[in-house]
Design a binder for this molecule. Structure first.
Ligand SMILES: [Zn+2]
Length: 306
């Protein structure tokens, strides 16, 4: 399942490969091949045709693409839409030449100017697509009242209100959360720290791989709870370090993850505990153990992590 580094890698590669602004960024037609994938905003879907792509970003594990529709007939104002995509368990978003063979399980095709396509493929179908009108920047009502929202006025991130409406979990962003906020969020929790880290309402974007790897680097056992402030501070730094290294490596390709250029990630070769049950700990040589916590496997070194 793609976690924060994989989603961030897809966003960064989309930003590199999707021309934004200018003629070639035109989304000529949005083709939905498996309607069940579109979970919300069905009425807005046809409005994507003819849009100009103006930006790409991420909120938690959601990828958003801002699209500006041209002014309508009879003076209808231009509107900015956010196309939201969630990769689910096995989703892939790739940019390909229009002439490239269509892979099985391609559920949506965004036909781009310049004979290219942004394709959404998802064999396991846990992915999601949605379309919503973009909310204006702070002072929303006033801006919306102005009618045609200029692409330049789209905030770089989703507003908390937009996120709430979209059902995106409200958790902190692990790459941005400050030390005091992080400690406050996890201090005194009685649940195993591994479970708390994967709770998307607390922190969003960490799944099994990066929770295990971060706990190893911080020297904290997955079952540990009620952690002291110094240990939590160490954990926050370990999380940032692991995520940043993973993003630099292009994410982890465990099953079928690829970025938008079809490239696999390399971070799986740098995993120190995840998926390494029985193999020697890179720090002390003791065999890595695997246990089950809340129905998910947790990998750790019983010697280095307490
Ligand atoms: Zn060890």
């Amino acid at each position: 399942m793609p976690e924060l580094p994989e989603v961030e890698t897809v966003v960064r590669s989309l930003r590199r490969h999707l021309p934004r602004g200018g003629r070639r960024a035109r989304l000529e037609r949005a083709e939905l091949r498996f309607p069940g994938m579109l979970k919300f905003g069905k009425q807005y879907w046809p409005r994507l045709d003819g849009c100009e792509i103006t930006d790409v970003g991420r909120a938690g594990k959601y990828i958003w693409i801002a699209c500006r529709s041209p002014a309508g007939p009879r003076g209808a104002p231009a509107t900015v839409w956010r196309l939201l995509l969630h990769l689910g368990m096995s989703g892939q978003l790739t940019i390909e030449p229009a002439a490239a063979a269509l892979a099985a399980h391609t559920h949506a095709i965004f036909h781009l100017a310049g004979a290219r396509q942004l394709r959404f493929r998802d064999p396991r179908r846990f992915g999601r697509i949605g379309v919503v009108p973009a909310a204006a920047d702070s002072g929303g009502a006033a801006n919306r009242h102005a009618g045609a929202m200029d692409a330049g006025s789209i905030p770089a991130a989703l507003s908390p209100e937009e996120e709430r409406q979209l059902g995106i979990p409200p958790g902190g962003e692990p790459l941005e959360i400050g030390e005091a906020e992080f400690v406050k969020l996890f201090r005194g929790r009685q649940a195993p720290i591994k479970n708390a880290l994967m709770n998307q309402r607390l922190l969003r974007g960490l799944g099994n791989i990066y929770a295990d790897e971060s706990l190893f680097r911080a020297g904290i056992a997955p079952r540990a709870h009620d952690l002291s402030a110094p240990r939590l501070r160490r954990l926050r730094l370990a999380i940032r370090q692991v995520l940043e290294e993973a993003i630099r490596a292009g994410g982890s390709s465990i099953s079928d993850y690829v970025d938008s250029g079809g490239k696999r990630g390399w971070f799986q070769f740098q995993h120190r505990v995840y998926g390494r049950e029985g193999q020697p700990c890179p720090q002390c040589g003791a065999p890595i153990r695997r246990i089950t916590l809340a129905g998910r496997s947790a990998h750790f070194c019983p010697h280095c992590q307490t």
